[in-house]
Design a protein around this ligand. Structure first.
Ligand SMILES: *[C@@H]1O[C@H](CO)[C@@H](O)[C@H](O)[C@H]1NC(C)=O
Ligand SMILES: *[C@@H]1O[C@H](CO)[C@@H](O)[C@H](O)[C@H]1NC(C)=O
Ligand SMILES: *[C@@H]1O[C@H](CO)[C@@H](O)[C@H](O)[C@H]1NC(C)=O
Ligand SMILES: *[C@@H]1O[C@H](CO)[C@@H](O)[C@H](O)[C@H]1NC(C)=O
Ligand SMILES: *[C@@H]1O[C@H](CO)[C@@H](O)[C@H](O)[C@H]1NC(C)=O
Ligand SMILES: *[C@@H]1O[C@H](CO)[C@@H](O)[C@H](O)[C@H]1NC(C)=O
Ligand SMILES: *[C@@H]1O[C@H](CO)[C@@H](O)[C@H](O)[C@H]1NC(C)=O
Ligand SMILES: [Cu+2]
Length: 564
């Protein structure tokens, strides 16, 4: 049980504001594989299923429900030795990891105990398909009203995909106050490995809160950040501590990288070690090797690292380096590091990093989905330009000249349940009425800032991605193009994506830079309007909205962002 002991070692290094262990050994939490037959040398197998199963149409019926109880609280933390206020799930940042097996049902009960900040909340399960379960997508103002302090909400969804992802708050900037954690769905894999090291969160961090920094962002520019964290910990001046990862020579390790930053695009690497990449977001891919991996905000990569460098040194740096043109300035940019050690006790590495050029690349050219798919002919085809605007003296982002502003008290789903068919312009709605048609969307920009574009409720196909003007001469890749849920819109360029309208609901598409989300860089698809009400529990929605509305007016809280 090497993975287990490593997880315990790692968890002791996490910032833990309470005395309680953030990782308690209950059977529910243990990352086990219920399915026998998947061993270190047969990772492509999964009982009666395998890596060859088309998981988009076939899902194991495990009959198992994995249930979690999360409590959100205001906390004081010092993940790099400097104390500040923050918000946490069950007292730790990152919060507890959700484990499930492919095919399980996952139920998460969330209690909002943010009594000091008086913040509402919602929990979004990033990248989870939510097949016909739109109401469990956890986006305030789209699929629910915020959950008021003192109130609870229950989310339920089927794990139809497998791999690595994360959950995070979708209320204001709360995800970057600390309300986030990993999700691991066990299943087959496209390459073998010995041990699973679990989630490795890459994030940026400041000694002021993101709520405090937002004023500066809204005044026109991203604020400079103090630091970054690897799995919730780092050093700053003489304080804090680094994550230490123990390697045994000859063993191969799976790591599940998540970029949970508010505004940092990282290049990730481990000195002298090669990364074998086996999944991008929740899509298993043909394995490829790289030394320096680009990971944009909201993206995930599963990588296998073989401990084959013991003859070079005992200790190596693991690095997450913010790329300047797609990240807030960072005062500790060259020191967001962890230690990989072959020794019994880690000591400070003296290794040099791999060569790289500062840039905002996406891994697109390397990504070949293992389950091959062909994109059909467009039924809906549109182009939308990302731009900026100044509203009431504040900086906003726009798509198609609209900066999204949706109302906490009147989420899209509630409007649909109530039979309202007209939406305000600022709701930024695109209606997709036709079942299963292929939707093509080009997002382009003349501004020199890249954006990670994330779509809810679907994995999208990357048809084209490049710099310069998008025009009909750009060729679209429809033959098994990369598929994922978050891809980069390059600076002064375009991103063309496609997906099938196979999932009724109100689905958000937005830039995953925290400031930009709050500044309105978003639109929503109202997909198959006529079928949405039938898959929605209108009473539960209205109950929680009524609790929220009473709270919001009682506390005179004024919404001052996009609402998502
Ligand atoms: C990172 O933190 C998560 C959550 O506590 C834990 O499960 C995981 O094992 C940690 N990863 C490493 C590499 O220590
Ligand atoms: C998604 O849900 C629909 C409606 O219940 C169902 O027909 C379809 O099979 C589901 N997809 C998968 C992969 O289970
Ligand atoms: C989180 O905290 C809740 C309430 O305190 C507790 O019931 C639950 O077991 C904890 N869950 C995890 C995964 O730590
Ligand atoms: C959430 O709490 C933070 C910290 O107290 C505060 O700055 C912010 O205004 C609150 N946001 C909302 C939307 O209530
Ligand atoms: C380790 O990596 C550094 C930087 O890439 C390189 O200069 C050095 O030669 C490598 N050492 C060995 C023994 O491969
Ligand atoms: C863009 O905005 C115009 C004017 O509001 C609207 O007619 C059009 O449908 C919008 N297009 C998209 C793709 O949102
Ligand atoms: C429908 O929505 C529009 C735009 O949000 C709003 O102005 C109108 O009052 C709503 N109508 C009903 C009947 O709720
Ligand atoms: Cu953006």
């Amino acid at each position: 049980m090497l993975a287990w002991s490593l997880a315990l070692v790692a968890s002791s290094l996490l910032s833990t504001p309470t005395a309680a262990s953030p990782f308690s050994p209950s059977s529910n939490l243990y990352p086990r594989a219920a399915c026998s037959g998947n061993t270190a040398s047969t990772r492509n197998e999964w009982c009666d299923y395998s890596i060859d199963t088309d998981y988009t149409t076939e899902v194991p019926d495990t009959g198992v429900t994995k249930e979690y109880w999360f409590e959100l609280t205001d906390v004081t933390v010092a993940p790099d030795g400097v104390s500040r206020s923050a918000m946490a799930v069950n007292g730790s940042i990152p919060g507890p990891t959700i484990f499930a097996d492919w095919g399980d049902t996952v139920v998460v009960h969330v209690t909002n105990s943010l009594t000091t900040s008086q913040n509402g909340t919602s929990i979004h399960f990033h990248g989870i398909r939510q097949n016909y379960t739109n109401e469990n997508d956890g986006v305030s103002s789209i699929t629910q009203c915020p959950t008021a302090p003192g109130d609870s909400v229950t989310y339920s969804w089927r794990a139809m995909q497998y791999g690595s992802t994360w959950y995070h708050s979708h209320f204001a900037l709360q995800a970057w106050e600390g309300i986030a954690g990993g999700i691991i769905i066990n299943g087959p894999a496209t390459a073998n490995y010995d041990e699973d090291l679990g989630i490795v969160f890459l994030s940026d961090w400041d000694h002021q809160t993101v709520d405090e920094l937002y004023q500066q962002a809204e005044a026109g520019g991203p604020p400079t950040l103090d630091n970054g964290l690897i799995n919730g910990t780092n050093v700053y001046d003489d304080g804090g501590s680094r994550l230490e990862v123990s390697f045994t020579s000859g063993t191969s390790y799976r790591m599940r990288l998540v970029n949970g930053a508010v505004d940092s695009h990282f290049k990730f690497s481990i000195d002298n070690h090669t990364l074998q990449v086996i999944a991008s977001d929740l899509i298993p891919i043909e394995p490829y090797e790289t030394t320096v991996l680009d990971i944009g905000m909201g993206q995930r990569y599963d990588v296998i690292v073989t401990a084959d460098q013991a003859s070079v040194a005992d200790n190596f740096w693991m690095r997450a380096i913010p790329q300047s043109a797609c990240s807030s300035e960072n005062d500790n940019a060259d020191n967001i590091r962890a230690i990989v050690t072959y020794a019994d006790t880690a000591s400070t590495p003296t290794t040099d990093g791999w060569d790289y050029t500062d840039s905002c690349d996406d891994e697109t050219d390397n990504l070949v989905p293992y389950i091959s798919k062909t994109v059909g002919t467009a039924g809906f085809d549109s182009e939308t330009a990302a731009g900026t605007a100044i509203t009431d003296g504040l900086f906003k982002w726009t798509l198609n000249s609209t900066s999204m502003v949706v109302d906490w008290e009147d989420p899209t789903l509630l409007q649909v349940v109530n039979g309202n068919t007209t939406f305000d312009t600022s709701d930024a709605v695109i209606q997709l009425p036709t079942a299963d048609e292929w939707v093509y969307l080009v997002i382009d920009t003349t501004l020199s800032i890249p954006h990670p574009i994330h779509l809810h409720g679907h994995d999208f196909f990357v048809l084209a991605q490049g710099t310069g003007d998008y025009s009909s001469s750009v060729s679209l890749n429809t033959a098994n193009p990369p598929r994922r849920d978050t891809a980069m819109l390059p600076a002064s360029g375009y991103l063309a994506i496609a997906f099938q309208a196979d999932n009724p609901g109100a689905w958000l598409m937005h830039c995953h830079i925290g400031w930009h989300t709050s500044e309105g860089f978003a639109l929503q698809f109202v997909e198959r309007y006529d079928e949405i009400a039938a898959t929605t529990d209108g009473d539960a929605l209205m109950d929680s909205c009524s609790t929220w509305t009473t709270f919001q007016s009682g506390q005179s809280i004024v919404q001052d962002d996009s609402g998502i």
